[in-house]
Design a protein around this ligand. Structure first.
Ligand code: TYD
Length: 226
């Protein structure tokens, strides 16, 4: 994270004059999208200015990714991996509503997926050193102040997905979900010491989980000038 400094060049006080950047991660069917919404709602109730975002984004590179997921265009898996890195860079830097601009304007940004998704979903197709190097361009711009990982057994996730939708997308077959979960844990080992990651169980009621996430996030939130 780039911390703004006062004109004198001295670091700012303990309370940071920017918004927090909080990432939610988890395999498909983990319930993270619901929890992002609930977490943002809790922030709003406390008058904390908040924006929610997601990857893939709704921007032009995110649109290319979705076209490929829907089968309208076909890209090599390595192209998809690279597109996600580019989409993320646009997510952070675009002048209109990029994360970097928003947090520096004092908004707290809650994102549904960030760079650890690259490890989770592309480590089987591209070299993990490439993933680390390619994503360093993003983490050098901004690291999450907190990452919430919602953990769920892949079989439970798949059951939820099939109950809620008629067709599972390309990532929603059991071996793929299992690989993603394994890759996440491998990534957590790799980034240990550089990231503030909290793992919560997604196999509990929606309300209970929302409360646990809120409690886990409170310590991080206290560092911010709200
Ligand atoms: P998801 O969060 O499931 O979006 P939605 O709620 O719209 O389905 O993300 C869509 C898919 O994108 C998901 O299967 C994981 C995949 N993905 C990657 O393969 N690489 C990435 O870097 C990211 C961010 C997502």
């Amino acid at each position: 994270m780039f911390f703004p400094t006062e004109k004198s060049g001295r670091p700012m006080s303990r309370l940071l004059r920017r918004g927090a950047f909080i990432a939610f991660e988890g395999i498909d069917g983990s319930g993270k999208t619901t929890q992002v919404r609930r977490f943002a709602q809790k922030l709003r109730e406390r008058q904390i200015p908040v924006r929610t975002t997601a990857e893939p984004t709704t921007g032009p590179i995110g649109a290319m990714i979705r076209q490929s997921f829907s089968g309208r265009t076909e890209f090599d898996d390595r192209v998809i991996a690279a597109l996600f890195v580019a989409d993320r860079l646009d997510h952070l830097t675009n002048k209109f509503d990029g994360v970097f601009k928003l947090v520096n304007d004092g908004q707290t940004v809650v994102t549904d997926r960030y760079y650890l998704s690259s490890y989770a979903y592309h480590a089987s197709e591209v070299d993990i050193d490439w993933i680390a190097a390619a994503n360093s361009i993003n983490t050098n711009i901004i690291r999450p102040d907190l990452t919430i990982f919602i953990d769920i057994e892949p079989a439970v996730a798949l059951q939820r997905i099939t109950e809620n939708r008629l067709i599972a997308d390309r990532f929603e077959v059991l071996p793929r979900l299992e690989a993603a979960r394994e890759n996440y844990f491998h990534a957590f080992d790799l980034v240990k010491g550089t990231e503030n990651i909290v793992i919560v169980s997604g196999e509990q009621g929606e309300d209970e989980l929302a409360d646990i996430i809120w409690k886990e996030a409170e310590a991080t939130m206290e560092s911010f000038n709200w």
